[in-house]
Design a protein around this ligand. Sequence first.
Ligand code: ASP
Length: 325
Amino acid sequence: MPSQPNNPHLPFGDQRTAPWYGKDIISVKQFNREDLEYVFAVAHEMRTMVERVGTFDLLKGKILANLFYEPSTRTSSSFTASMERLGGSVIPINEVKYSSVSKGESLPDTVRTLECYADVIVLRHPETGSAAIAAKAARKPVINAGDGVGEHPTQALLDAFTIREELGHLDGLTVTMLGDLKYGRTVHSLSRLLSLYKVKLNYVSPDILKMPQEVIDELNAKKMEQTESGDLAQVLPQTDVLYVTRVQKERFEDPAVYEKVKGAYVIDAAIMKAAKDRMIVMHPLPRVTEISMDFDEDPRAAYFRQMEYGLYVRMALLAMVLGKA
Ligand code: ASP
């Protein structure tokens, strides 16, 4: 949403002084450390409220348009659950093939349409930069729920919240990102977000799926400690957070190349014997074969708890951009 200090369209009764009121959430680059502490505090409050009362009326009467041009289970349903737990409602557009997009409608036009009916738009789209385009077209806040191989800021925020809730702090940790670091938008966002803390990042991937140089250069400029290798065994014993990713089949032009790298790493109970007792394994999910089910019962397997933290963070973000936090 372009900045409009005296926007006559702002609904009456909202807290216009709330710091994130009316803002888009497009990239983790919008957040500084203080903002993160704020998100964490609001998310923590949401957790307490959900545990205490389940659903409450903070966003009663507000409507979210959930616009998904790519498949989603967690992001889409957690935004829906977030809005409903806050007393609001949702226009779900999960299958754009049944909407006017299939008639050739442009993204800006679709967004301009939905904002006539909704107060906030959550968008997932296959093209990098699409969320920024939508935000420019819209007067209402747009939240990026994944733009191709670009960013997935709300995932990174919930990932950082997960680490904080599980390990108590972020400073001083060693985080190892494993798998498809080239196409995985979650690691592009999370590595940038972690640059706000004193974190050491290890990137472990097949050669053709390395972290983009652009991200590495950006973090080098911030003096972040980063290492790259293909060998997990070298870094696993020192790792506090192992962030596993799926090889992103849908991003490969040549299926034969995908076949070659898809099983490059598999985390299982045997491999995890080399890791610390107090550490966590995360995954944005869905997993395919990169974490064996034989590890699921291990207390260090945090990937199912991570999904629940996502609910609280998305509740916090909706309340923030709608001026209620
Ligand atoms: N759910 C995550 C995403 O949308 C990770 C994945 O699809 O592998 O980026």
